[in-house]
Write a protein of this length. Structure first.
Lengths: 255, 946
């Protein structure tokens, strides 16, 4: 068994994911794979990459759900099915069950920034951590036999060979719809913390008691095109073009 | 726990960054290609690039796997087995090019029509078109006819510019953005960046689309319209806005042809045409003096209604009166159209009200003085911040041209074209129709061993410009610009194989294709097209289409049907120019173009297609490609990009011209130009002066800028054509009152489709079949992580979309007794397919859909024949015929828009029946032999692991 940091980490680095603007394009998914397959730890392998039973290790995946809001849940949307694109990667939980379950100390949570990592040299590929993670955020690399997970691109965010603006996770840098944000969620004044406060950011499955650092911003309320609030005035004599053309003459006089 | 010490945090990413332009789709983003140890370590978006500003989509990030895909072709190949067998032998480039030169040279000498040269993935049309013109065949086009010609033609004929690459919503200012169906794999980063800006600013985003995926999933309002009825919805919006008097009268008087007088003389040859003076200038009725004067007369106050007597005694009416009378008709009332469109009347009213509210109560102003073409000074640009964008969703219907016209009319009526917050033109657009060439390809335009006398593609101004013979028969193999598709501005690539096989209008000898998967997902009636490619003449045993030359970078289905295969490079191994002469990357505020360059060298015996085309041009001694001694004029495509001049001082690239690279737009060729581009991140950007940034159609400063840049030689302002005289000319021909008179068989179609004001009619397939027997629609959507068929050979992208279910609305599932995962037969008037279904309610209740081009033929694309793409994946193409169902007269028309010839992919009507459980979709095709060596496992980048 492995211990979590005894005290809250001074920083809680993580992601804030805006479900209001995520279009499910998978840009983050592929950029993550591309960065990390040549970066931290062993490559992210693919089995039967051109074959009948293709699979691979990914650190970030998008799940697409179709939901039917019930009456009253979302104004103007009741009974109208909608699609939600839901990107999911490690949430770098404060009470990370994947760490405490690890028999070798390979899984650990960093003291200073709270990032949960796997030390691949210690990992024996037993899979207990994936079993313990309620989010399914860890994936076994079948070629290396070690557990892979989101590192928050630790080899980017502190990388002094990169320009400062690029010291963010690959998924954040690449997201075309600006749905992914990175920062310190322990700092109430950080952009990400403010975003969470303003938009009512939520924990994923809070009942699990994992206290995830990553937050999700729910879709903004939608504004119905309700006929009841129509502002379109009804002009007089609208039966045919005559009334319209008379109005038009009046307009032309004013130009 | 330790922190930091276990991980190396500051490892350099790469040895070198090379900046080029992505080509994982048509978006053309700037990319930084990181190279390490001679391999590609990482590809990310170029932060300085104006298209993507640093971001990159899934496709772009998967470029590594595209570049190293086992499906890449390795060397020229000559077919040895029967077509479709996949049996080839590798040959040298010299042998390949000699053979191609023999085949093409024979054709050029004997009958240049016998070459049909069509390009699919084509961002080098200014080269391919030029080559075809110098060769002299009338049979050339790119793939626009099966893509979005409706959008392009309607936009140019109405506004002088179109959506797509020639315009853009004003993402930073718009307050209401209305999106009709677009392919979500195209132009995808700008649209995603833009939609996100709109939403994060609190502006409203409305999506009109039968399917609620992708962009529609995050729309504030989703209008799940029934396919093919968008035009009716738009005209209902126009009806409501006219009724509520929510139109911009000043704008339409100034910038449209609303005031132009239309001759009212039914039965005569110029009924419905504009009244013109001796100089051809359209006339208006001046209300102060009561005189008929030319449009543009200074100080004139034109009438928009009334019936006036022309100098010759005939009557004429301002076109706007005809418009108002048409759209105020109750047939366009929301209640009337609700059932047909599937959109409730209150939603239509609500949308009209929102358009009116934002356009007229949320006006924005950019405090920049400007001068219009009449010399009038304006203190500022007034913005009506309602913007629209649309593409294939409305374009790929047989009523798509008029639907796109309707949408552009709506934009003009509310004064929301190229003003702040609205749709904005991107240079070199706007460009009036009269600045576009007329099509060339009639008998007098070509002949043995001589160039075509002008460009193939363009805009007929009337039936007199059609490419037909004296009997009215088509002169082009695809029947473009014939009575069957008069304004086929992009050709009809989807008809080429069927027509060539039928010898209608004549057979061809050589079919030369570039990156167009016509033996699979790019053809309607795929199984039929395969049979046509395999079909032989009984007497000679020769193939009906005798010789097929095909160039592609990957082992697509079409490769297996080629006789001679010319292997292209990947996008990272080549020079390209994204040119203002073609499909540029300009933006509303800046003139831009870009290049690609070989950031890695090919490791196979492949050559860039454009360089090969130059080589063939020289071997054939085509003018413009070889000198009089036969010596090639250009070393390769890079040399052509730098030195070719289309007009003096105007070449493929606008940046860094002149001997010192100091000139923009016009200037002498600069031998150092490509280096300058590379140093600049492989793009060039020149800002449009602030005074010239809006109202470009009527803005003096912009017009002067356009002349300086070389877009035009004189100013070319545009008057928006709400009423189309060109269409009316065809209509009169179909009435039989104007020469040339339309052949009898074509008249009914033309009278229906060529209305001078935008109109809506039911899509032709739906109109021609028993609607009760085929009660539903079946359409495709483009997944954002794939681009056409070009993603399945990519080890990463194919894991995102490995196969494609058919998504069926819950109400249909319940009616038919289908559950998630069941198999079903989907049946059209033409064929049936067996597919696996998934239940969905986020879709129009009459519409089923699937992802486009995921289904593959076994053995292609470097995939195992048992790959899910080939086993469960499927195409709806098998249900779509290239011809419409026969009508009473026995004639079968092309399944296309009768105006433009645009392939009507989305007109498909089907029924669905439960099938026995299965393992594989149907129809099945034999696998193609392919010796591509694919690894069982990939550990890309393992050598760099820490």
């Amino acid at each position: 068994m492995t211990s979590l940091p005894a005290l809250p980490t001074p920083k809680k680095l993580g992601l804030v994911i805006d479900l209001d603007v995520c279009v499910g394009c998978h840009a983050c998914v592929v950029s993550c794979k591309e960065w990390n397959t040549g970066g931290y730890g062993s490559a992210l392998s693919d089995q039967q990459p051109y074959g009948a039973d293709v699979s691979g290790a990914w650190l970030n995946r998008i799940h697409t759900f179709e939901i039917m809001p019930e009456s009253g849940e979302v104004v103007g949307e009741a009974g109208e099915a909608r699609i939600v694109h839901f990107p999911k990667s490690c949430l770098h939980c404060e009470e990370a069950p994947c760490v405490t379950v690890c028999p070798t100390g390979a899984s650990y949570k960093r003291l200073d920034d709270g990032i949960v990592l796997v030390d691949e040299e210690k990992c024996i590929g037993c899979g207990l951590c994936a079993w313990a993670c309620p989010y399914g955020a860890r994936e076994m690399d079948l070629a290396a036999g070690v557990m892979k997970k989101c590192t928050l691109c630790i080899d980017r965010i502190y990388n002094e060979t990169l320009e400062e603006v690029d010291r963010v996770p690959a998924c954040v840098r690449t997201c075309p719809s600006n749905a992914r944000h990175f920062g310190d969620l322990a700092d109430p004044d950080s952009d990400v913390s403010r975003m969470v406060a303003v938009r009512g950011g939520i924990d994923l499955m809070p009942e699990q008691g994992t206290r995830p650092v990553n937050k999700y911003l729910p879709p903004r309320p939608r504004k119905p095109l309700a006929a009841g609030t129509s502002s379109l005035p009804k002009a007089e004599n609208t039966d045919d073009a005559k009334g319209f053309l008379a109005w038009l003459d009046g307009m032309l006089d004013r130009i | 726990m330790l922190s930091g010490s276990r991980v190396e945090l500051s490892r350099p990413v790469s040895d070198e960054i090379r900046k080029t332009t992505c080509y994982m789709c048509a978006c053309r983003c700037g990319i930084d290609v990181h190279l390490k140890d001679g391999k590609i370590r990482y590809i990310e978006g170029n932060r300085d690039h104006p298209v993507n500003r640093g971001v990159l989509c899934a496709k772009g990030s998967a470029g590594i796997m595209q570049h190293y895909a086992p499906a890449r072709l390795k060397a020229p190949m000559l077919r040895t087995g029967p077509r479709g067998s996949g049996e080839f032998r590798e040959i040298s480039w010299d042998e390949a090019l000699s053979l191609a030169t023999d085949w093409l040279g024979d054709v050029r000498r004997t009958d240049p029509r016998k070459l049909a040269f069509f390009t699919g993935r084509d961002q080098s049309q200014s080269l391919t078109g030029y080559w075809a013109q110098q060769f002299g065949t009338p049979n050339y086009a790119a793939h626009g006819g099966f893509c979005s010609v409706n959008m392009a033609a309607a936009g140019i004929m109405t506004l002088g510019g179109a959506f797509w690459e020639f315009g853009s919503p004003d993402w930073d200012r718009t307050k209401l953005f209305i999106l009709f169906g677009v392919a979500e794999d195209h132009d995808s980063n700008p649209i995603k960046i833009g939609i996100s800006k709109v939403k994060q600013r609190g502006a409203r985003f409305v999506s009109v689309n039968p399917v609620r995926t992708g962009y529609s999933a995050i729309a504030d309002n989703w209008i799940g319209i029934r396919p093919g009825t968008d035009g009716l919805l738009i005209l209902a919006l126009v009806h409501e806005l006219l009724k509520a008097r929510k139109i911009d009268v000043d704008y339409i008087v100034r910038y449209s042809n609303a005031s132009w007088l239309v001759i009212d003389a039914p039965g005569s040859a110029d009924h419905g045409l504009f009244a013109r003076d001796g100089e051809g200038r359209p006339q208006i009725h001046e209300t102060v003096t009561g005189l008929i004067v030319p449009h543009g007369t200074r100080g004139a106050r034109p009438a928009l209604s009334g019936r006036f007597t022309l100098p010759d005694g005939r009557f004429a009416i301002p076109s706007f009166q005809l418009l108002a009378e048409e759209y105020l008709d109750p047939k366009y009332a929301p209640e009337t159209v609700a059932a047909e469109t599937g959109v409730p009347a209150e939603t239509i009213r609500g949308l009209a009200a929102e358009i009116a509210r934002v356009a007229f109560e949320q006006v924005i102003e950019v405090p920049q003085p400007w001068t219009d073409m009449n010399g009038e000074r304006h203190d500022s640009f007034i913005g009506r911040p309602v913007s629209f964008h649309a593409m294939r969703g409305i374009s790929a219907h047989s009523n798509g041209f008029q639907t796109a016209r309707a949408l552009h009319m709506l934009q003009v009526l509310i004064g929301a074209v190229d003003c702040p917050g609205a749709f904005r033109f991107e240079p070199p657009y706007p460009k009036p129709v009269d600045e576009h060439p007329k099509p060339h390809g009639r008998a007098e335009h070509f002949g043995s061993s001589q160039p075509l006398s002008g460009p193939h593609l363009g805009f007929p101004r009337g039936p007199e410009d059609l490419l037909v013979d004296e009997e009215g028969r088509p002169t082009r193999i695809d029947k473009a610009f014939s009575w069957e598709a008069p304004i086929a501005a992009h050709g009809l690539m989807h008809m080429v194989i069927a027509n060539a096989h039928a010898g209608d209008p004549y057979p061809v000898d050589v079919l030369f294709l570039y990156m167009a998967n016509m033996a699979w997902n790019s053809s309607m009636n795929t199984a039929g097209v395969i049979r046509m490619l395999e079909d032989k003449e009984l007497e000679t045993g020769e193939y009906r289409i005798p010789k097929i030359i095909y160039s592609d970078a990957y082992y697509s289905e079409m490769v297996a049907y080629a006789d001679l295969v010319l292997p292209d490079t990947t996008y990272l191994e080549r020079y390209d120019c994204i040119s203002l002469l073609d499909r540029p990357i300009t933006e509303p505020d800046a003139v831009q173009d870009a290049i690609r360059w070989p950031v890695v060298e090919p490791d196979r015996d492949v050559r860039a297609f454009q360089s090969v085309l130059l080589d063939l041009g020289a071997r054939l001694r085509l003018p413009g490609f070889a000198d009089h001694l036969g010596k090639p004029l250009y070393r390769d495509y890079a040399d052509y990009i730098v030195r070719h001049e289309r007009r003096p001082g105007i070449g493929p690239l606008a940046g860094f011209r002149g001997s010192e690279g100091e000139k923009t737009g016009r200037g002498a060729a600069n031998p150092d130009q490509l280096r300058r581009y590379i140093e600049n991140g492989s793009f060039f950007s020149a800002h449009i002066p602030p005074e010239a940034q809006f109202m470009k159609h009527a803005n003096r400063a912009y017009q002067d800028f356009a002349v300086r840049m070389g877009f035009f030689d004189t100013p070319q302002p545009v008057i928006f054509q709400l009423y189309s005289e060109i269409l009316q000319k065809f209509w009169l021909s179909a009435e039989g009152v104007r020469e040339p008179v339309a052949p009898e068989a074509h008249r009914e179609r033309i009278l229906k489709a060529f209305t001078p004001l935008p109109s809506w009619y039911r899509p032709l397939e739906e109109d021609g079949i028993d609607r009760a027997a085929f009660p539903y629609h079946a359409i495709t959507q483009r997944p954002m992580a794939m681009y056409h068929s070009w993603g399945s050979m990519n080890a990463w992208l194919r894991q995102i979309h490995t196969s494609n279910p058919l998504y069926v609305p819950g109400v249909i599932c319940d009616e038919v007794g289908l559950q998630d995962g069941d198999w079903a037969w989907v049946i059209s008037h033409h064929g049936r397919i067996k597919v696996q279904i998934a239940r969905s309610d986020a879709v129009n209740r009459d519409t089923m859909w699937t992802w486009n081009a995921i289904g593959k033929r076994g053995g292609t694309w470097g995939l195992d024949p048992g790959a899910p793409e080939a086993r469960k994946g499927f195409l709806v193409n098998h249900l779509i015929h290239e011809l419409l169902p026969p009508k009473g007269d026995g004639m079968r028309w092309s399944n296309s828009d009768p105006v433009t010839g645009q392939a009507a992919w989305y007109d498909l009507r089907v029924r669905i029946e439960k099938a026995e459980p299965g393992e594989a979709s149907e129809p099945r095709f034999p696998s193609i032999a392919n010796d591509a060596e694919a690894p069982n496992e990939l550990r890309y980048g393992q050598e760099w692991s820490q």
